[in-house]
Write a protein that binds this ligand. Structure first.
Ligand SMILES: Cc1cc2nc3c(=O)[nH]c(=O)nc-3n(C[C@H](O)[C@H](O)[C@H](O)COP(=O)(O)OP(=O)(O)OC[C@H]3O[C@@H](n4cnc5c(N)ncnc54)[C@H](O)[C@@H]3O)c2cc1C
Length: 427
């Protein structure tokens, strides 16, 4: 594994860095430690950080962790200006081929781009449209589907959500029961999807439904593109213990979707769902964000006279040292994944290792944050004078729980590592 940039890579890094320095609208620049926690890489849907990268399951990918939920919101002003600047260079969709408006970058170019965006804490603009819907349409879609759906994704006019998980189908996704029955030129969908990140903001959903209940479970599923304004769709927000409603349950009551909105062949949707373009899968945006969080936490522990337990609790300094080491390990795991990809290999259990490690590390960092502020962690009111960093650590602590579930649970990642990485038997 080579850790130093080649001369070409160094030149590309300098180009990206200079673009970010000179072109990013002032309003989107992060301000000190209180600034937005951005920079989760673009390829997999920055918000889609975990997803961009992590998806070593055999079945359709789960980008939701990176999707961080909502993907990007449709917005004007500096966001629109920034999106346009990126789109002009094809940087909204670094992995998409040029003929579809992407940049056609190599995985290493994407990696460097994602790393620099993360270092600069810059808002990624892709979302699930770029990371999931687009590649699927490019690979399996008809010419009509490409013409209809790809340009609005690049222009940021459509926001997509992923309708895969159901109340009875998560890790074992192929057990999904939402039905789609042919009726004339349409299919009629009944059932429900759950944990659908950003469905309340999305105007389109890519989803899988069962079209042949008699077939073996992987072979009776089709892949649909669904307009969220279609009558019969109800989006019900699910409020997490962190008090946010970033995901939803979505109900389908006789929802009519034109047959022309099936991607790929009927009953082959499971295999359509596995599509990826040559996205870099290192999760480097996540790893850089993690290292930045630890650096911020160390600064806070040193500088906050009022809230920091550093002088009172000797455990705090030891834990901070552990987190610093682990943040660097997380980066190394990302480098390993990109090294494999750059050498023409397909990362498999290595991507699971990176996902598992970084999501569990995220939880350890959140626990350390609570130790840093001690009993002030009981206050998470963003306006209270007793809430350090506007309740950020307390909120991060409860939010961190989902990291080891979204994007494939830790148990599933361990199964992949055990079977594919260590050659252990299935049970
Ligand atoms: C923040 C967040 C956002 C999400 N966003 C989306 C989204 O946008 N779209 C979407 O479709 N889904 C989304 N999901 C759903 C996510 O993909 C599932 O929660 C995840 O795949 C696990 O499925 P499940 O919740 O049904 O748990 P289950 O699969 O029921 O698992 C329950 C427990 O059993 C364990 N388990 C299951 N199978 C095995 C096994 N074979 N071996 C060992 N242990 C096992 C699991 O590890 C877990 O601990 C999101 C989830 C979260 C937390």
């Amino acid at each position: 594994m080579r850790l130093k940039d080649s001369p070409e890579e160094a030149a590309w890094r300098a180009e990206v860095r200079s673009f970010l320095k000179n072109e990013m609208p002032e309003a989107l620049r992060p301000r000190g430690d209180a600034g937005p926690q951005m920079g989760m890489g673009m390829g997999g849907g920055g918000e889609a950080a975990a997803a961009a990268g992590f998806g070593a399951e055999a079945g359709p990918r789960r980008p939701e962790a990176q999707a961080g939920g909502a993907g990007f919101r449709l917005a004007g002003g500096p966001m629109a200006e920034w999106r346009k600047k990126l789109a002009d260079k094809g940087w909204n969709a670094p992995a998409w081929p040029k003929e579809y408006g992407g940049a056609g970058m190599s995985v290493m170019e994407q990696f460097i781009l994602n790393e620099e965006f993360a270092e600069a804490r810059v808002m990624a603009m892709g979302g699930m449209g770029v990371s999931m819907a687009g590649p699927t349409i490019i690979t399996h879609g008809t010419d009509e589907q490409k013409a209809e759906f790809l340009p609005p994704i690049l222009r940021g006019e459509t926001q997509w959500c992923q309708g895969f998980s159901e109340p009875g189908a998560g890790s074992d996704l192929a057990s999904l029961q939402t039905r789609a029955v042919k009726d004339g030129d349409d299919y009629v969908i009944n059932g429900s999807k759950i944990w659908t990140s950003g469905a309340q903001f999305a105007n389109w959903m890519f989803m899988m439904a069962r079209t042949d209940p008699e077939a073996p479970k992987h072979r009776g599923i089709s892949y649909f593109l669904l307009d969220m304004k279609t009558p019969g769709i109800t989006v019900q927000p699910l409020v997490t213990m962190a008090g946010t409603a970033m995901f939803n349950q979505v109900f389908f009551d006789s929802v009519r979707v034109p047959a022309k909105n099936i991607v790929g062949e009927v009953n082959r949707g499971w295999y359509v769902g596995t599509t990826t373009l040559d996205f870099e899968r290192s999760g480097i945006g996540n790893a850089v964000g993690t290292a930045q969080n630890v650096a911020r936490m160390i600064r806070f522990a040193k500088e906050s006279k009022e809230f920091s337990a550093l002088g009172r609790n000797p455990m705090v300094r030891l834990e901070l040292a552990d987190r610093l080491i682990e943040a660097n390990v997380a980066k190394m795991l990302s480098y390993r994944v990109i090294h494999l990809q750059n050498s023409g290999m397909v990362p498999n259990h290595e991507a699971s290792m990176a996902k598992l490690y970084s999501s569990e590390l995220g939880q350890r960092i959140a626990r350390t944050g609570m130790r840093v502020i001690g009993l002030y962690g009981l206050s998470w009111d963003t306006q209270s004078a007793h809430s350090p960093n506007r309740g950020q650590y307390s909120r991060g602590y409860v939010s961190s729980v989902s990291g080891t579930i979204a994007g494939g649970t830790s148990e599933i990642q361990r199964n992949i590592i055990a079977q594919r990485g260590m050659g252990l038997p299935r049970d």
